[in-house]
Design a protein around this ligand. Structure first.
Ligand SMILES: [Zn+2]
Length: 270
């Protein structure tokens, strides 16, 4: 499942072929993914020039010279393909550029989404309206986290997965960051003092930056036939490693929290 670093890597790969390029055709090949494609998507995007590419949480943003922004989410299995050898049943949105590239949004399970909003109104897009700061942004600080976590008795892991507190963190990166910061995922958020919040914020930024760097190293492959953006293998500290050794020498344990697996090390995470 694509997480923030995969989306960031995808956007950087798309930027290499889409920045300042005009779209000569934009065609949805079915009516919907998780929800319907905008009915005017082709009309508003065809002929437009892409003037900005960005990311908010796990959403990719393509801004046009017409003041529109296309917002995509990769869902469970979505990916962009650049210059695919053929277009198949899972290529649901296909775009051609005036520079001769073909891009397809490939999503076998169709949990992804594509929306189109006015760029000036992007902050009020429903998924963004109540969203917390970007974890890699300057607003995400130990002081901010302290303010948001005070009087919150829920486990720290649940708080970090809450998109209203910090945007775009998923299960893998929360497990990894808590291990790096040596904080138990079960600990009540309000009990984590300033001495622990600073290493926690540092760890969250660090695991994301490392993963984006790992993804970036795969981008040189983008131009190969059937090049698929944004997916890469990564060696985790604890995620998916139940029974194996933590970097501290302890043993990684799996605990289920809110129906999801938490991987952590009781030896070093207190
Ligand atoms: Zn450990």
């Amino acid at each position: 499942m694509p997480e923030l670093p995969e989306v960031e890597t995808t956007v950087r790969g798309l930027a290499a072929v889409l920045q300042d390029v005009r779209l000569t055709s934009v065609v949805a090949r079915r009516a919907d993914l998780r929800r319907a494609f905008p009915v005017d998507l082709g009309q508003r995007m065809t002929g437009a020039r892409i003037v900005s590419l960005g990311r908010r949480a796990k959403y990719g943003l393509l801004g046009t010279d017409r003041g529109d922004s296309m917002i995509f989410h990769l869902g469970m299995s979505g990916r962009w393909r650049i210059d695919p050898e053929d277009i198949g049943t899972h290529d649901h949105l296909v775009m051609h550029t005036d520079s001769g590239h073909v891009l397809s949004l490939f999503d076998p399970r169709r949990f992804g989404s594509v929306d189109l909003v006015e760029t000036a109104a992007i902050a009020s897009f429903p998924s963004f309206a109540a969203m917390g700061p970007e974890p890699l942004g300057d607003d995400f600080t130990p002081a901010y986290l302290r303010e948001r976590l005070k009087s919150r008795a829920s486990p720290i892991k649940a708080m970090l997965l809450d998109q209203r507190i910090v945007a775009g963190l998923g299960n893998i990166y929360v497990c990894e960051a808590l291990n790096m910061a040596r904080i138990s995922p079960l600990r009540a958020a309000e009990q984590i003092g300033p001495a622990k919040l600073k290493p926690l914020v540092t760890a969250i930024k660090s695991v994301l930056v490392d993963a984006i760097a790992a993804g970036g190293s795969t981008l040189r492959d983008y131009a190969r036939p059937d090049g698929q953006l944004g997916y890469f293998a990564k060696q985790w500290r604890v995620y998916g490693r139940e029974g194996e050794a933590c970097p501290c020498g302890g043993t990684v344990k799996r605990t289920v929290q809110s129906g999801r697996s938490t991987f952590w090390c009781p030896s070093c995470q207190k």
